[in-house]
Design a protein. Structure first.
Length: 726
RNA sequence: GGGCGAUUAGCUCAGUUGGUAGAGCGCAACAUUGACGUUGUUGAUGUCACAGGUUCGAAUCCUGUAUCGCCCACCA
């Protein structure tokens, strides 16, 4: 027996060495497995692509959960004989990375993006991101993830860039991508549009003003945003509101803070009769709802606020002021003129930009959109919305836990056209060129058009555009590569439920549209890793824990087990070091089980064809096979939290506490045949528990495997047979 | 306002088709120099939120109530 067993298991000494051994073997790459005869060439494929982490920073505990589950699946299927591929990668994360970089730039060098040329700024952000990327690649190795590094991808590398441009062009040519002057969420702080999904609402106190535009105006209205009222073109009331019937359809001219407004009284059922005076001042250019009303009633749309949230209209005092300042000026003017009727405090949900924290200003702008409601001839006249529903409805893609299917459909119901252009620098630039810098002639293509007078669109694409292509752009699309044919649709995807809409939905949209198949067969959503008391990890709370700290203290195997056991899919998990510690003890328990079995069977070799078991031992063999069949089924049914817990109890409560204890007695008192039978049984059991634990605790199991003088790697051993008799 | 969940031991949570309540941690007592003290044995603690219903039988299925949480939309 190896002397190593005389001291407790030390993950720190082991894990790095083991990972290097695996990586060197090349077996993370399914092609090598086939080449070396480990995997049958015609074996079914099992494929996954890693949800690419953002290169904004480093991996956190949430990522370790993701990796634990995914690597478990990959190792399980590799051992089951599948042609198994797990593609690694990272996400450039456009706005998130740029915002993070700009924040540092401002605090460290007191500079902004405007101090650099576009090219300079891009390469600075890129360099920052690539540093993080390098860190994360090492972190993934630390987690033991058996990723095929030879296929590593990045959402902004050259191959993915071609995929993005190809995708954009195809959607453009089919009229699914259009440019439109529409109201969008403008972030005045970040100076870019953002999607609906990038908005976070914050509850704040606000003043609700009730006032009249002028003395002669018949209806009082209420608003929190007085400054926008210089852009009003209508007052809307509910069609059934008896108070205002006589005014509907009439137009009034008023002088309001230096602007001559023509206010039409319209009836619209979106107006809430109960709120304020029951009448709503319609500001088409600066409110989503008002814009829609203006469309319905063909109202003029006047922009009165600019991209820096400053006033474009109003009297001399108002024009050029910030919106918040203008609001107070107008309140004062109204009070002076006796037009201000009421001022009250209310709670209001303010839209803020997730990344910059700026207050979102709805503005009409020329942007690029993806039409989700347009029938697509090449797809049987289905719309993108319908394509997103299709694979779920047809059970070609299973979302687990299944209550998230309802959430998914509910989201699609409310989906609007997707604004994909961003006014930031870090990202995929929109592959559209304008002749002579005007819109009169435009060109969309993979390469720039011939001639000098073409200027490329300065906007970049929403980061989710490139990540939407991820399952197939990583496999070589738009080329029809062997990988694409072999591994797509992918088998399994394991993202956090937080990105069901952002990402999962977009991947389904893109894959269904471009390939006519779903991106994956099963998507298992996991929850958020929170701190011990259930709070979200955040910088402001300073409750963050580095995965490295935990790994240094307890080992990767222990961390992985703690992430999997008892963690029900879709529900959040509170991270408690006590639990990690318990699995560190478990790794050591396993270590000592191996030590006992090896020391008490010295001189006996494991014989897989051994038949002369005693009746007792044969029963144990049968029970063990039944147990393995059971947990295999649990894993195949995505019940990892149950499978891992059962294995834990089998190893500790059954093998260690019962079987080993009984064995001591047999070795002391039994006859020769019984002793030999028991020794064979113990070796049989050791092999089995190492194998079934390997997907969950890869390092300690591989280390023991190596110390038992195997020539092979446990990594590519076959999962124990459960049907066929050994 | 729309949607989705949760409520089980002191704490954190499991409980797959309905069949006498489970784990980890914690707690108590005892044991032990030979696989492991990162141990073993034994033990205590639950009206499974509440109220009805279905059933021979409900933590589990149905209805309602309460409390908590999350997502989406959003009050001008």
């Amino acid at each position: 027996m190896n002397e190593k067993f005389l001291s407790p298991y030390n993950p720190g000494d082991t894990e790095k060495r083991i990972y290097e051994m695996w990586e060197k073997s090349g077996f993370f790459n399914p092609d090598v497995c086939v080449e070396k005869g480990i995997t049958d060439e015609n074996a079914p494929a099992f494929s996954m692509v890693l949800p690419p982490p953002n290169i904004t920073g480093r991996l956190h505990l949430g990522h370790t959960l993701e990796h634990s589950i995914q690597d478990m699946m990959v190792r399980f299927h590799r051992m089951k004989g599948f042609k198994t591929l797990w593609v690694p990668g990272t996400d450039h994360a456009a706005i998130a990375t740029q915002a993070r970089f700009e924040k540092d730039l401002l605090s460290k060098e007191k500079k902004s993006r405007h101090d650099f040329s576009r090219e300079e700024f891009f390469s600075m952000v890129h360099a920052f991101g690539l540093e993080n990327q390098k860190d994360m690649q090492q972190q993934m190795r630390l987690l033991g993830s058996s990723l095929d590094w030879s296929r590593e991808a990045f959402t902004l590398d050259e191959k993915r860039s071609i995929a993005v441009k190809t995708a954009f062009k195809q959607m453009f040519d089919e009229g699914l991508i259009y440019r439109g002057h529409r109201i969008v969420n403008w972030d005045p702080k970040g100076q870019t549009t953002i999607s609906d999904d990038e908005i976070v609402y914050e509850e704040r106190k606000a003043k609700l003003y009730t006032f009249k535009y002028s003395k002669d105006f018949p209806i009082a209205i209420s608003t929190t945003r007085l400054e926008t009222k210089v852009g009003d073109t209508a007052v809307a009331v509910h069609p059934d509101d008896t108070r205002y019937q006589e005014f509907i359809g009439k137009t009034f001219d008023v002088d309001f803070c230096g602007e001559k407004l023509h206010i039409k009284i319209i009836a619209d059922k979106d107006v809430d009769m109960e709120f304020g005076t029951g009448a709503l001042g319609v500001t088409p250019s600066h409110s989503m709802i008002d814009w829609e009303m203006a469309e319905r009633h063909s109202l003029p749309k006047i922009q009165v606020i600019d991209e820096r949230a400053k006033m474009l209209a109003g009297n001399d005092e108002i024009k050029g002021k910030k919106t918040t300042e203008a609001r107070e000026i107008i309140a004062r003017i109204l009070a002076e003129q006796g037009l201000l009727i009421k001022e009250e405090e209310i709670n209001q949900n303010v839209s803020t930009a997730e990344r910059s924290g700026g207050i979102v200003e709805p503005l009409p702008k020329l942007q690029w959109f993806i039409n989700v409601n347009k029938p697509i001839p090449s797809r049987g006249n289905k719309t993108l919305k319908e394509l997103m529903r299709a694979p779920i409805e047809a059970n070609e893609t299973i979302i687990l836990p299944d209550n998230f299917q309802k959430v998914y459909f509910n989201w699609i119901e409310n989906l609007h056209d997707w604004c994909v252009s961003r006014q930031i620098i870090y990202g995929h630039r929109i592959p559209v060129w304008y002749k002579n810098g005007t819109d009169s002639k435009i060109y969309c293509g993979i390469e720039a058009p011939q001639g000098d007078d073409w200027a490329q669109d300065t906007d970049t694409l929403d980061t989710w555009f490139s990540s939407g292509l991820w399952t197939f752009s990583t496999l070589g699309w738009p080329e029809k590569t062997k990988d694409l044919l072999t591994y797509h649709p992918t088998s399994f995807m394991d993202p956090a439920y937080e990105i069901l809409f952002f990402w999962v939905a977009r991947m389904i949209m893109m894959s269904e549209y471009f390939l006519g198949v779903p991106p994956f067969k099963t998507v298992l959503l996991h929850g958020i890793v929170r701190d011990k008391t259930g709070k979200k990890f955040s910088k402001s709370l300073k409750n963050g824990i580095e995965p490295e700290e935990i790994i240094a203290q307890y080992g990767t195997d222990a961390l992985r087990m703690s992430m999997v056991v008892g963690n029900t899919p879709g529900s959040d998990i509170n991270f408690d070091q006590q639990k990690v510690k318990a699995y560190k003890n478990f790794a050591n328990k396993l270590w000592n089980i191996a030590r006992f079995i090896l020391s008490s069977t010295e001189g006996v070799n494991f014989d897989s064809s051994f038949k002369d078991f005693t009746e007792t031992d044969q029963k144990l063999v049968d029970e063990e096979k039944a147990f393995i069949a059971e947990i295999t089924k649990e894993i195949e049914g995505f019940k990892f939290h149950i499978a891992s817990e059962k294995i834990y109890h089998f190893v500790w409560d059954t093998v260690a506490d019962v079987i080993l204890e009984e064995s001591k007695k047999i070795f002391a008192e039994g006859d020769e045949a019984a002793i030999l039978s028991r020794k064979q049984y113990l070796l049989f059991t050791l092999e089995n528990i190492l194998k079934i634990l390997h997907p969950f605790m890869p390092f300690v199991t591989e280390e023991i495997w190596q110390l038992t003088e195997h020539e092979t790697l446990l990594l590519v051993e076959k999962w124990p047979h459960t049907e066929a008799q050994k």
